[in-house]
Design a protein around this ligand. Sequence first.
Ligand SMILES: [Zn+2]
Length: 116
Amino acid sequence: MHEFALSKGIVETVLEHIADTDRVSRVIIDLGAFSGVEPESLRFCYQVVAEQTVLAGSELVLNPIPLTIRCRSCGFSGAIDATCFLCPRCESADVDILTGDRLTIKSIEVDDEQDR
Ligand SMILES: [Zn+2]
């Protein structure tokens, strides 16, 4: 299950970046439109994986990132439909993907009011 492995990777990465005493409230993810990840499935798997760690109860926030490309033929750059890899201006398939083809951890929010 693709999303399960991804969730494990996210949780492990977050754990590497926080102190032992930190309580994570939110993990913010940039989720590309063409990353092939099902958001609901990812959220569900994240909860399951996080359950056994200090991330239990934290919220996974998915920030949708549109697929954008740059066309090598006409120089167009901008967002395109994630199902069609053609330049919308000249219909060339010779395009570079700029954003939207991956999942990245954008930021980690730690609850720093635990001493209250
Ligand atoms: Zn073009």
